[in-house]
Design a protein around this ligand. Structure first.
Ligand code: KG4
Ligand code: ZN
Length: 369
């Protein structure tokens, strides 16, 4: 398949992202200079149902996409004809959400007479660490290790050179964000769970460290490994089940009063959230340390909504320091889903240019064009 390469280093690209419940558009110049980034989330509506409802997400995208794109272009100060290309997430994600962004991008590309570039959402997350930095930082960063930690994906990626990526490890069931979201639901904290779990964990009573959750290790020979190294893979489903059992057990055995329960008891929501968060962070950090053992990596790039987690950011800083590699984190505003990472990646040639044949691919894998 033809790959899109921006020959003009100062190319101005409009990016569109609608893979899940955020409708986003951004204008990026020279790959990393973000002229505008607009994000409209429908999370508050999904919160009523405890998780993303695809049908509602796609309807919200349809309602928002026109205004979001217009706002992004207006805020960028760039005139429509000055845009050099339209980049859009074509996968992975929810099919009914992706088609809204793709249809809008196709319409814009045709009406503006500009190329249409399809970008992989996960590769976009890995590129997000370069947004707002000089483009040379991207060019000098390879070879590096990447970690995507989002609501739908958790994977370790060898990035030997730009666009030559290989997934070397992943969670075999729930992604890290999903594990946070499911726990928050069990604990009655709400949706999206990650930030609420972090807030609860920060208010945990002393001694929460005594609560231990499983570390999600994978035995060699697990049929879900598909050739991946078990030391770089993990499972989070046992963690969630363990929390469920603890909550059930607690109802029968804990002697604390209901009033005290939420604040002080070691079975409280806050204590459980802290221990659960620590288990997820522990799993991620342990696999990163193993992945970084090979000294050829210059850095570790981490992208995706879970990379907003402060405990994870601090823990990974130590891991990278010990491994002697640089930790590349995205600015908080580019950790979650955004369109600047899509436009930026297109600017460095990280997309496909198949014209109007471009279709959505809900199961798109890393390095699959
Ligand atoms: O990358 P993202 O915005 O969307 C996907 O591509 O999935 O990630 C969303 C995920 C959600 O599961 C959310 O709970 C999680 O990121 N998340 C967090 C935090 N903020 C967002 N997880 C842990 N701690 C946070 N502070
Ligand atoms: Zn994402």
């Amino acid at each position: 398949m033809k790959q899109f390469f921006s020959h003009q280093s100062s190319a101005i690209i409009l990016g569109i992202e609608t893979s899940c419940d955020e409708t986003a558009a951004a204008v990026v110049r020279n790959s990393t200079e973000v002229l505008s980034s607009v994000i409209r989330s429908s999370a508050n509506i999904h919160a009523l149902y405890g998780g993303v409802v695809p049908e509602i997400a796609s309807r919200c995208h349809v309602e928002a996409i026109g205004a979001v794109v217009r706002e992004a272009v207006e805020k960028s100060g760039v005139d429509w004809p000055a845009l050099d290309a339209v980049a859009v997430t074509h996968g992975p994600g929810l099919a009914s959400s992706l088609v809204v962004g793709l249809s809008a991008a196709k319409g814009l590309a045709v009406s503006l007479g500009k190329p249409l570039v399809g970008v992989n959402h996960l590769e976009g997350h890995l590129f997000s660490v370069f947004l707002g930095k000089p483009r040379e930082v991207f060019e000098a960063a390879f070879p590096m290790m990447g970690l995507v930690v989002s609501g739908g994906h958790t994977c370790w990626v060898e990035m030997t050179e730009p666009h030559t990526y290989k997934v070397v490890g992943q969670t075999l069931d729930d992604a890290a964000g999903e594990a946070f979201d499911k726990a928050a639901k069990l604990l009655g904290l709400g949706y999206p769970g990650g930030p609420l779990m972090e807030k609860a964990a920060n208010a945990a009573p002393p001694g929460w460290e005594k609560i231990l959750f499983p570390q999600g290790r994978i035995q060699p020979g697990n049929r879900l490994l598909g050739g991946l190294d078990p030391a770089l893979c993990a499972s989070f489903s046992g963690l969630k089940t363990s929390l469920m059992y603890r909550l059930k057990e607690h109802r029968h055995s804990c002697l604390c009063s209901v009033e005290n329960h939420r604040q002080e008891c070691l079975c409280s929501v806050n204590a459980l959230a802290a221990a659960y968060q620590e288990a997820i962070v522990g799993v991620l950090v342990e696999r990163c340390a193993i992945a970084l053992k090979n000294k050829k990596w210059r850095g570790l790039a981490i992208g995706g909504g879970v990379s907003l987690n402060s405990r994870l950011r601090v823990a990974l800083r130590d891991t990278c320091h010990n491994a002697g590699v640089e930790l590349l984190l995205a600015e908080p505003k580019y950790c979650g889903d955004n369109a600047a990472m899509i436009a930026g990646l297109a600017g460095v040639g990280g997309g496909v240019d198949t014209g109007m044949d471009l279709d959505v691919d809900p199961g798109l894998k890393i390095n699959m064009k």
